[in-house]
Design a protein around this ligand. Structure first.
Ligand SMILES: [Zn+2]
Length: 485
C-alpha cells in the first residue's frame, strides 16, 4: 500500500504525516503544543506558546525582501475526534492512520484531521524552507478552533503584528474567502402564571415533522422550512377562526440548526375541533406546495388529547403566537457587491413554552456588524411588544469583505498566472477565526484558502491529493508576491 510520504509535495505530506502521529483532539492539546514549539526551535525560528495555548512562529524575511509587508500564516492545531462505531480508537493516545485511496487520502475509520492539519503542515514546510522567497513571516497556530474558536478569542493584542493574514482552513481549492459572518445569540423570555383550562374545552396535540433543517448559516438561503414558523402560521390561522389557546410549544433544539420539528398542545371549543383539523390539512397542503422544491414531505398532524388542567393565559398565548409569526427570520439581505452571498440572516431556532415559562432563542448572523445589530434589534422589538424580556449574548464580529484588498488583488492575479484560470472569490455565512482575529488585530488584510476536503468532522473526511500540490504552490507564489510595505 502506498504511503502519504510518497505524495507530492513531499515536504507538506511529510509534516502532515508527523501530525497524524501526535494526538490533538480539541481540548487535549498539550502534546501538539509541545510538538509544534519544539519543531520551531529545531528549525531555528522564534517559537513560543501564548497564554491562550496558541503556538506562534516568527521568521525573518528572505534576504532582500525585508521591505515586504509581514504575512501571518494561520491554521488551527486541533481536530474533530469522530470515528466509526466499530472502530477502536483513543483520540488522546492513538495515531491517525492515513490511507491513500485513488485520488484521495482518508483515515482508517476516523476523521483524518486534514482540517486543519493541512494548514499546519503547510506552515511547517514554509518555516523550514530556507530557499523560499518571502517577506517577514509570522505563524499563528490556534488552539481549540473546532469547539468554539477559543484560541482566537483569547489572543492578546500584540502577540502577532503582521499586516496580512493568510488563513489556511478553507475546504475548496480554487476558492478564496474574503469574509465571514459574525453572530449574536438572542433570547426572548417570559414567565407567566398558568391558568385553569375550562373543563368543557377540547385539547389537540399538533405535530409538524419532516423538515430537512440544516446549518443555520450555510443553508439559510436554501429556501427550507422553519418548523416553528410553520407552526406559527397554522396557529395564527386556527386562532383567527376559533379561540385557540396554547398549553405548550416545543420546537427546534440547537441554535445553529434550522428547526425541523415542532409540537404544540392547544385548547379550543369542542365545536371548533373539526374546523381546526381542516385548517391543519389545508396548511399541510400549502406548506408542501410552497416547499416542494426544497423540502422532503412535511406532515402536520392533529390529534385529540386529554384536556390539561392548566395552560397559558389567553392574552399571553395570543401575544406569543403573534410575535413568533411576526419576527424577522431567514435572509434579511445579500451582499450588494458579491452575487448570491448572504450578508445578514437570522434563525429562529428554539421555541420552548411550558410550565409557566416561555422562551424563544435565535442565532443572528452578518458579515457586517451594523446589520447584525439591526436584525437583532428588530427581533428584540418584536418580542418586547409581546411583553417579553430580551437578552443578547455571545456576540462576535464578522469579517466584512473588501473587494479592493491589496492581498486579494495580488492573489487573484497570481492564481490566474499560475493555473490559467480565475480563482473564485467568496464569503462564508458562518464564523471563521478571521472574524475573531481581525477584531483583535485591526486593519489586517485577510484571505482564507486551502486544499479540497470533503466531509470534514466525520469519519469520511478526505483530502483530494492533487489539490495539496496546487494549494502549496499557490501559497509559495503568494509569499513571493507579497506586496511592499
Ligand atoms: Zn477547520
Amino acid at each position: 500500500m502506498s504511503s502519504i510520504l510518497n505524495l507530492a509535495p513531499q515536504n507538506v505530506w511529510k509534516h502532515f504525516h508527523e501530525l497524524t502521529q501526535v494526538p490533538r483532539p480539541s481540548g487535549h492539546l498539550e502534546k501538539i503544543q509541545n510538538f509544534l514549539v519544539d519543531y520551531g526551535k529545531k528549525i531555528g525560528v522564534e517559537s513560543f506558546k501564548d497564554e491562550a495555548g496558541n503556538v506562534i512562529y516568527k521568521k525573518p524575511a528572505y534576504p532582500g525582501m525585508e521591505d515586504r509587508k509581514t504575512v501571518i500564516l494561520q491554521a488551527h492545531m486541533d481536530m474533530v475526534p469522530q470515528k466509526n462505531k466499530d472502530k477502536v480508537h483513543d483520540f488522546e493516545k492513538d495515531p491517525i492512520e492515513p490511507v491513500v485511496d485513488g485520488e484521495w487520502v482518508h483515515a482508517n475509520g476516523t476523521t483524518l484531521g486534514a482540517d486543519d492539519g493541512m494548514g499546519v503542515a503547510a506552515i511547517m514546510a514554509v518555516m523550514e524552507d530556507k530557499n523560499l522567497k518571502h517577506g517577514p513571516l509570522e505563524a499563528l497556530i490556534t488552539a481549540d478552533e473546532e469547539t468554539g474558536m477559543y484560541g482566537a478569542f483569547a489572543l492578546k493584542p500584540g502577540t502577532v503584528e503582521g499586516d496580512i493574514l493568510l488563513n489556511l482552513d478553507s475546504e475548496t481549492e480554487g476558492e478564496l474567502y474574503i469574509g465571514c459572518a459574525g453572530g449574536v445569540d438572542i433570547n426572548a423570555s417570559l414567565e407567566y402564571k398558568e391558568v385553569p383550562v375550562e373543563k368543557e374545552k377540547a385539547a389537540l396535540k399538533v405535530s409538524l415533522k419532516g423538515g430537512r433543517g440544516g446549518h443555520s448559516g450555510m443553508e439559510i438561503n436554501q429556501g427550507r422550512a422553519n418548523a416553528n414558523k410553520l407552526m406559527a402560521r397554522f396557529l395564527n390561522q386556527a386562532a383567527a377562526e376559533s379561540e385557540v389557546c396554547l398549553v405548550s410549544w416545543e420546537g427546534g433544539n440547537m441554535r445553529n440548526s434550522i428547526p425541523r420539528e415542532a409540537e404544540s398542545v392547544i385548547t379550543l371549543d369542542k365545536a371548533q375541533v373539526d374546523n381546526v383539523k381542516k385548517i391543519a390539512e389545508n396548511c399541510a397542503k400549502t406548506f408542501n406546495e410552497e416547499f416542494k422544491e426544497t423540502e422532503t414531505e412535511i406532515t402536520l398532524t392533529v390529534e385529540a388529547v386529554e384536556t390539561p388542567a392548566v395552560g397559558v393565559p389567553q392574552e399571553i398565548s395570543d401575544n406569543l403566537i403573534d410575535a413568533i409569526l411576526a419576527c424577522p427570520n431567514g435572509v434579511l439581505r445579500y451582499i450588494p457587491t458579491i452575487p448570491d452571498t448572504v450578508e445578514t440572516s437570522s434563525n429562529m431556532a428554539i421555541v420552548d413554552i411550558k410550565d409557566g415559562k416561555a422562551s424563544v432563542k435565535f442565532l443572528t448572523r452578518s458579515s457586517r456588524d451594523s446589520m447584525k445589530n439591526y436584525m437583532a434589534q428588530s427581533i428584540a422589538a418584536t418580542f418586547r411588544m409581546a411583553g417579553m424580556k430580551v437578552e443578547m449574548s455571545g456576540a462576535y464580529s464578522g469579517w466584512e469583505p473588501d473587494m479592493k484588498s491589496p492581498i486579494l488583488g495580488a492573489m487573484t492575479k497570481a492564481y490566474k498566472t499560475q493555473f490559467g484560470e480565475e480563482a473564485k472569490v467568496k464569503v462564508v455565512h458562518a464564523g471563521l477565526e478571521c472574524g475573531i482575529i481581525g477584531a483583535v488585530v485591526p486593519g489586517l488584510d485577510m484571505i482564507s484558502f486551502g486544499p479540497t476536503l470533503e466531509s470534514p468532522h466525520t469519519p469520511n473526511e478526505r483530502c483530494l491529493i492533487a489539490t495539496v500540490d496546487r494549494f502549496y504552490d499557490f501559497l509559495v507564489a503568494t509569499l513571493e508576491n507579497t506586496p511592499l510595505k
